[in-house]
Design a protein around this ligand. Structure first.
Ligand code: ZN
Length: 537
């Protein structure tokens, strides 16, 4: 056998050829949808699509080089080719992505869909997509001497990795905003979509593992039960970063209304995570960031359960993607139809003022008793910052980036749009305070804290979700503030004094659980007094 032929039949070359084939033939619909998702104005649009194809090839190549070695592993590339071809062809015929629901359909043999495959056309195309690479794999003659092959493979994998990461880094903003705004795109990448679909199908259909919720804070009680009823509104923010709050020294006036309300702003607050899914359960868990475990949080009662045990009624109103399991045993509110009509119609999320309207109505309709109401904002959720505030908002910064395709906007426009969303949070919080000022039946307070921050191009990063250890301050340094009604200050002068005294302390999400209990006048062994901002003895 000539050395050239031996080279072509080696595992390294065959794996690379199969990777190229799968990348080119099984992702036609993905490339079409990706091109459609890119705004016309994207610079180097065609080059970007070509480079994206290259990234796919590099990923397949890495996987195949790592999994395809000798005769016994030939099944790996064959399986990959078959799954990718079927998924790619299904997308082409049905025009849909492959996700958990589609996998469900296939497993239940939905005959209408199956007929798309079992016809001459389907057999022809699937054969054409599958036969050449499978023949190549069967013909391959992987080397016996694993040693040398290993060195070559390691080199190829390393090169592919570096090249892939470099391409992604160069086009980071295009990928971040396109894939975030068009989540369905990932359902067209074969065969990754098949594995993701199987996973989601499995998670949806498996009998829910019976989680026994462990009680927490069983000794919780209101310290002074004969005192006036208390009302705490906890506004759980979204994607607001401390850097953009003028209360914390930002040069632009982004908090004109709160600046007049006598709030205590904590300028040195750090978050528990850099994503909603981490920070929200963490805040309500009673664990510090260091201790936090998602598994423990899921299997244990939350802050709201502890408050209920002390006699509070808890209510959660969501204008986000849900309470992540923290509110399930309490009351969950929803928007009344007329409020939804005014504030939500034609939008992906309601404007956050819808929650103020609903809160006002809720308090009016409900009997006076100890209450905590959580308002879960959509806040500054990206990349569509321009959708988070009413267009004519007073004091707005221009020009704005009126698209989710951040790559088509200047840095200045992105920051303007983001700052406008902060301006709107300022307005919304001031309106909550107004509602509480009129509620003279309660000793009331408002706590506001954002779940994590946001990058808007600093250090080349956008959005959030960076690993905590590497995350820039824009993602972990968050705004937090407390407002106390005059009645509350009178009823709890020591707490009010302590809150103000901690103004410049280094604080974090760790402080929220104990501080909420402090504001509610609830005592329990699980409240760590040293983290409670209403205590300073
Ligand atoms: Zn979030």
């Amino acid at each position: 056998m000539s050395s050239l032929l031996r080279f072509v039949r080696s595992a390294v070359v065959v794996a690379a050829l199969v990777a190229a084939w799968v990348g080119a033939t099984c992702n036609v619909v993905f490339f079409r949808k990706f091109a459609e998702a890119l705004p016309e104005a994207t610079p180097h649009r065609v080059l970007l699509i070509v480079m994206t194809g290259l990234v796919l090839f590099l990923i397949y190549n890495i996987v195949l080089q790592l999994l395809f070695w000798g005769r016994w592993t030939k099944v790996v590339p064959i399986l990959l080719v078959v799954l990718a071809a079927v998924a790619g062809y299904a997308s082409l015929v049905f025009g849909v992505g492959v996700d958990g629901d589609q996998i469900h359909n296939v497993l239940e043999t939905n005959s209408r869909e199956a007929s798309g495959f079992f016809n001459w056309q389907g057999v022809f195309w699937l054969t054409a997509m599958i036969a050449p690479p499978v023949a190549l794999v069967l013909w391959a003659r992987p080397a016996h001497r694993i040693g040398r092959a290993t060195v070559i493979k390691a080199g190829v994998v390393a090169l592919s990795l570096v090249a892939g990461l470099a391409i992604v880094a160069v086009n980071y903003i295009d990928y971040a905003s396109t894939f975030r705004a068009h989540r369905y795109l990932r359902d067209y990448i074969a065969p990754a979509n098949v594995f993701a679909g199987l996973h989601s199908f499995y998670r949806k259909t498996q009998p829910l593992e019976k989680i026994v919720i462990a009680p927490y804070g069983e000794d919780a009680r209101r310290v002074n039960p004969s005192a006036r009823p208390r009302l705490l509104v906890f506004v759980l923010g979204e994607t607001a970063r401390a850097e953009s709050f003028s209360l914390g020294g930002y040069a632009r006036m982004t908090n004109p209304k709160l600046a007049r309300e006598g709030v205590v702003y904590f300028p040195n607050t750090s978050s528990c995570g850099t994503a909603t899914n981490v920070s929200v359960p963490c805040i309500f868990s009673g664990m510090t960031r260091e201790e936090y475990s998602a598994k423990t949080a899921r299997a244990r009662e939350s802050l709201l359960d502890v408050a209920r045990r002390a006699g509070y009624e808890t209510a959660w109103l969501d204008n986000n993607t849900g309470c992540k399991g923290t509110c399930v045993r309490g009351r969950e509110l929803s928007f009344s139809p007329d409020i939804a009509k005014t504030w939500c119609e034609g939008r992906d999320f309601c404007l956050d003022e819808a929650m103020v309207e609903e809160l006002q109505r809720f308090l009016k309709d409900e009997p006076t008793k100890d209450r905590i109401v959580v308002l879960h904002q959509v806040g500054s959720h990206g990349p569509s910052y321009f959708k988070r505030y009413p267009e004519n908002i007073e004091g707005r910064f221009d020009p704005v980036c009126a698209t989710s395709a951040l790559q088509t906007c200047s840095h200045e426009a992105i920051v303007n749009t983001y700052d406008n969303s902060i301006l709107y949070t300022d307005l919304m919080l001031a309106r909550v305070i107004d509602v509480l000022k009129k509620e003279d039946r309660y000793d009331s307070a408002m706590l506001y804290a954002s779940d994590h921050g946001e990058s808007t191009g600093e250090k080349g990063l956008y959005l959030h979700g960076a690993p905590y250890m590497l995350a820039p301050s824009q993602q972990t340094h968050v705004p937090m503030l407390i407002w106390l009604s005059d009645a509350m200050k009178k009823a709890a002068p020591v707490a009010a004094g302590c809150v103000a005294a901690y103004r410049d302390a280094k604080v974090s999400h760790d402080n929220i659980f104990p501080t909420v209990l402090g504001l509610l006048d609830v005592e329990t062994k699980v409240r760590r007094a040293n983290l409670d901002l209403t205590r300073c003895d």
